[in-house]
Design a protein around this ligand. Structure first.
Ligand code: PBG
Length: 327
């Protein structure tokens, strides 16, 4: 055979394949989502997310320790309050669950980078991501509360805040309030490109945040749309976002790629609860190889353009990277 170009030449050995790899990953880009709740000695497994737990503040240090040991030094806190009301007042309470978790984590683990999810849905009695006017989520009134929540997180020790509510103008509102209070250097990771997705199902069970009526389609995006995602990302850039997130990850790789090409900011992707639950369930049934699937999902997300990866598999991925199985 007279053939000069043979792509297989570079696939001959593991050494060669590693040398020519186009996607490389690093543990420093992993963020682990963590649920904190009221009470003491609580470490309860989330039924739809085997291997994931809700922790009370006194048990939180054990998990943070395990994360640091694995080489994961960034977490995203989600709070599960005992009391919910119409206006989600525990979201911005001085002694709210996330605020106390932050103080504790800050004190015990100064090396841990603490990010908080800023949203109302875990705190409102109706489960929507903002305050209501009738059955409508009131955009502009919600902005004040989101900004207040973000500020209270930063004052309790958050290094970065991540608004996930999808109200219009929230990045700008948060940026302004943080700046006015001397937090000019605290970055905002915006869930800018967040779709109304069935992949959040297990999370809503985990956080008890399913809406009591209707759905989130009047604020989260329609998953038929890609250009709209770019519009949202560009708006958040203008409002002062520092990092743009696409969520979910697996079904949205095209969106990640496009955001990466169009936006001059780091891009994060969130592999959400439904992605985690599907892998766990499939592996348990013996239909798929969990480790290989987790690695392939992660690599494809980075290959699509993600610089930062939020995943419930962060500890496992860190280990796979250490062992040279991916990366
Ligand atoms: C809060 C929020 C949600 C998730 C992250 N922040 C739920 C939702 O929007 O309904 C989902 C995370 C996951 O599914 O892992 N708004």
């Amino acid at each position: 055979m007279d053939m000069t170009v043979r792509p297989r030449r570079l696939r001959k050995s593991d050494t060669l394949r590693r040398m020519v790899r186009e996607t490389r990953m690093d543990k420093s880009s992993l963020i682990y989502p963590l649920f904190v709740k009221e009470g003491s000695q609580v470490e309860e497994e989330i039924p739809s997310m085997e291997g994931q737990y809700r922790y009370s503040i006194d048990r939180l240090p054990f998990e943070l320790e395990r994360l640091l040991k694995a080489g994961v030094d960034k977490v995203m806190f989600f709070g599960i309050p005992d009391v919910k009301d119409e206006v989600g007042s525990q979201a911005y309470a001085e002694n709210g669950i996330v605020q106390r978790a932050l103080r504790e984590a800050r004190k015990q683990f100064p090396e841990m980078y603490l990010i908080t999810d800023v949203c109302m849905c875990e705190y409102t009695s109706h489960g929507h991501c903002g305050v209501l006017c009738g059955h409508d989520v009131e955009n502009d009134k919600t902005l004040e509360l989101l900004a207040k929540t973000a500020l209270s997180h930063v004052e309790a020790g958050a290094d970065m805040v991540a608004p996930s509510d999808m109200m219009d103008g929230r990045v700008g509102a948060i940026r302004r309030l943080l700046d006015e209070n001397g937090h000019k250097d605290t970055p905002i990771l915006s869930y800018a490109v967040k779709y109304a997705s069935a992949f959040y199902g297990p999370f809503r069970e985990a956080a008890g945040s399913a809406p009591s009526f209707g759905d989130r389609k009047s604020y989260q995006m329609d998953f038929h749309n890609r250009r709209e995602g770019i519009k949202e990302a560009l708006l958040d850039v203008q409002e002062g976002a520092d990092i743009i997130m696409v969520k979910p990850a697996l079904s949205y790789l095209d969106v990640i790629r496009e955001v990466k090409e169009r936006i001059q900011l780091p891009v994060a992707a969130y592999s959400v609860s439904g992605e985690y639950a599907m892998v766990k369930a499939g592996a348990k049934l013996g239909y798929i190889d969990e480790e290989k699937i987790v690695c392939e999902m992660a690599v494809s997300t980075y290959r699509a353009g993600a610089d930062i990866y939020l995943t419930y598999f962060a500890k496992e991925l860190a280990k796979f990277m250490d062992e040279g199985r991916i990366g």
